[in-house]
Design a protein around this ligand. Structure first.
Ligand SMILES: [Zn+2]
Ligand SMILES: [Zn+2]
Length: 86
């Protein structure tokens, strides 16, 4: 069964910033009810991985790397964890 880790955008108070909240290229909200995107979150359905960062591109990159590790099996996952270990 494949795992999924959907990206979601959130406001500073933790509420969802839905797709119809458009922003300018400099991240200024265009929707009257939108206080602005504070962070992007991805939670993997495996239950063992999640991340929360302002940089949407970075979250997406880490998410893809994590999902790729699932498809390549536990051995690769261990290697990735060792490489990323800080
Ligand atoms: Zn919003
Ligand atoms: Zn996972």
């Amino acid at each position: 069964m494949p795992f999924r880790a959907p990206l979601t955008n959130h406001h500073a108070d933790g509420t969802l910033c839905p797709a119809d909240h458009k922003h300018t290229s400099s991240a200024k909200p265009l929707h009257p009810d939108c206080p602005g995107r504070a962070y992007t979150q991805a939670i993997c359905s495996c239950g063992g991985w999640d991340m929360k960062q302002f940089g949407k591109g970075y979250v997406n990159e880490c998410r893809n790397r994590h999902l790729a590790a699932h498809t390549q099996g536990p051995k690769v996952l261990r290697n990735l964890l060792r490489l990323d270990g800080s």
